[in-house]
Design a protein around this ligand. Structure first.
Ligand SMILES: C[S@@+](CC[C@H](N)C(=O)[O-])C[C@H]1O[C@@H](n2cnc3c(N)ncnc32)[C@H](O)[C@@H]1O
Length: 321
């Protein structure tokens, strides 16, 4: 059996018998006014953060959700669109698709505004998404891509890139590792399926996104997720996993490299009213301007009158590149 088949088998099991906290959820799911989440759907919250960012959902985008789980985030996306078929949810595991269907029926009973036709559940997998090229505005996945081995992750990201419209966005939430996960844990298929041993470091995770062609990546949240303690996992030192929420844009990669926003700002401290670097960045004296990491590094290295602040690991628009 390949590791992907083991993963599918694992999710068949947890579709039938929900395991609360399987993916170590930090807090209760995103609560929205007028949205009642059925109890079973909450129990099947197998994500590690959130991919539902209201600011990405203006203009009635078509959302393709990969790895439906119990349907929680598909329901949350439908909360914003409220139209038949505006959310397409894909999963290769029949039991999981069936569980999501039942949970969405329950959601319809508990929410007047919701109709199950708002979410169309399709059979498919991350490597063969059942939609045409450049046909969706938003792709979302929560706690799935971290399960994939690096070569498969690259394939899944290429597939996302294929189906996104130009300018479209990929909303992701995944665990990342604070140092490379040792081989013996990476080879453990059950731990991998549980989102515990496939995680990449932050640098490699972002590198995969850029290699897939995403020209802009914004980090929305980064927080501790779970500790792999040295006693239980045969490690020399404890290993902290973090959860990373990000939004990546299908825009071309600038000649000098992709723009990765992690919440840094640049502040001009000189005597003039503003500083213009003649490369598209105008900094008003004393006012923090959001900049991507590439620009932050350039300014810090070349302009003595500019202070660069640290990454906040939260960026949601504004500023310059
Ligand atoms: C960790 S769960 C996350 C579920 C959901 N995103 C959530 O946040 O609750 C992973 C989901 O991906 C599905 N899955 C497993 N292998 C997949 C694949 N190759 N392509 C797409 N989905 C897959 C599983 O059946 C399961 O529904």
């Amino acid at each position: 059996m390949s590791y992907l088949e083991s993963v599918a088998q694992f999710y068949s099991e947890v579709a039938e018998t929900p395991q609360v906290g399987l993916c170590c959820v930090q807090s209760s799911p995103l609560q929205l006014p007028g949205l009642n989440i059925p109890g079973k759907m909450q129990e099947m919250n197998y994500g590690c953060g959130t991919t539902v960012h209201a600011t990405e959902l203006a203009g009635n985008p078509t959302v393709l959700y990969v790895g439906v789980g119990g349907g929680l985030e598909a329901l949350q996306f439908a909360y914003f669109s409220r139209q038949p078929g505006a959310v397409i949810a894909v999963d290769p595991v029949e039991m999981m698709r069936e569980a999501a269907r039942q949970n969405l029926q329950m959601a319809a009973q508990e929410n007047d505004w919701f109709d199950p036709s708002f979410v169309e559940i399709r059979e498919g997998d991350a490597f063969h998404l059942p939609v045409a090229d450049a046909s969706v505005d938003v792709v979302a996945q929560n706690c799935l891509f971290n399960i994939f081995e690096p070569a498969d992750l690259a394939k899944a990201l290429q597939e996302v890139y294929r189906v996104l419209k130009p300018g479209g966005r990929l909303l992701m939430s995944d665990p990342i590792a604070t140092r490379p996960i040792p081989e013996h844990l990476q080879q453990d298929e059950r731990l991998r399926a549980m989102c515990l041993s496939g995680a990449l470091t932050y640098e490699r995770y972002v590198q995969h996104l850029v290699q897939a062609g995403f020209g802009q990546v914004e980090i929305r949240a980064r927080r501790p997720y779970r500790l792999l303690d040295r006693q239980s996992y045969g490690l020399e030192e404890h290993l902290l996993l973090e959860s990373l929420d990000s939004v990546s844009f299908k825009v071309s990669i600038p000649d000098d490299g992709a723009c990765i926003f992690t919440g840094k700002t640049a502040i001009y401290t000189g005597l003039e009213p503003f500083f213009d670097d003649q490369a598209g960045h105008v900094l008003q004296r004393g006012l923090p301007a959001a900049v991507c990491d590439k620009t932050a590094a350039k300014l810090a290295a070349t302009i003595p009158d500019v202070i660069v602040t640290s990454s906040t690991w939260h960026y949601d628009g504004g500023g310059c590149c």
